[in-house]
Design a protein around this ligand. Structure first.
Ligand code: ATP
Length: 232
């Protein structure tokens, strides 16, 4: 399983603070892992530990079989991991085209990004600031895929989107998983989407893994969802 990303018994946080403890999970190409948990449970910190944006106190993070725990953040991106942060990663004063080309100057990738999100193709000359929330989210994901990642981590991508746009965004991600074998980590408050979209789900409760398994197994557990995520 060298072509995967993995968290191996990771304790991570900020400065001396430990926000997540003992997180172990591996994501293979073409696999979709969902992360659920209440606000502040530690979901974003798990993604940040992989990218080098949170301090890993113990354990290791691995990309493509290499231990990258001590490597600078930009190298992880080079190894094929990209993150779409909760704060949409869009330059407001640049056009859609400039936003995309600022992530990578590769014309083929530009065509690919537009094929994934045709709506962006119609907005190439518009400024980032003039896009709708849904279009900004598409642009944020499109910028991430400009670098041709093998693993894409999405932090609450559906926040503030209408059901129709949310559907379009998830469809685009699903196609990349199916067609290109992209490995995907999805942090999302929308529990139904996570249960329907993902192959496996990890539930985080106060910084610890309370459950890791299939959506069916999670639903069969009953109490974990209501306790750790706040739904019946
Ligand atoms: P949300 O759903 O609200 O985004 P989350 O599950 O993603 O929450 P994290 O953002 O990982 O949770 O936060 C986990 C803990 O780490 C929280 O107690 C939070 O206050 C703390 N934390 C997050 N970012 C920082 C930071 N930059 N410096 C210090 N503490 C932080």
């Amino acid at each position: 399983m060298t072509d995967s990303i993995a968290w191996n018994a990771v304790h991570a946080g900020y400065g001396r603070t430990v926000a997540v403890e003992d997180i172990s999970v591996r994501v293979a190409p073409g696999e979709k892992l969902g992360i659920l948990g209440r606000n502040g449970a530690g979901k974003t910190t798990i993604l940040r530990a992989m990218m080098g944006d949170a301090k890993v106190h113990r354990g290791t993070v691995e990309v493509g079989g290499a231990d990258v725990t001590q490597r600078p953040a930009f190298q992880r991106n080079k190894l094929g991991v990209a993150v779409v942060p909760q704060t949409r990663d869009v330059f407001r004063s640049l056009t859609v085209r400039e936003n995309l080309l600022s992530a990578s100057a590769d014309a083929e990738r530009l065509d690919h990004a537009v094929a994934v999100f045709p709506r962006l193709g119609e907005r190439m000359r518009n400024l980032g600031a003039d896009l709708s929330g849904g279009e900004q989210q598409m642009l944020s994901i499109a910028r991430a895929i400009m670098t041709a990642p093998r693993f894409l981590m999405l932090d609450e991508p559906l926040e503030g989107l209408s059901p129709t746009v949310a559907h379009a965004v998830m469809d685009a991600v699903r196609r990349m998983v199916t067609d290109e074998g992209l490995g995907c980590v999805l942090v999302e408050q929308h529990v139904r989407t996570v249960l329907e979209f993902c192959d496996r789900v990890m539930v985080i409760e106060r910084g610890r893994c309370a459950f890791l398994g299939t959506p069916d197994a999670l639903e069969a557990e009953g109490t974990i969802l209501s306790r750790a995520v706040g739904i019946a």
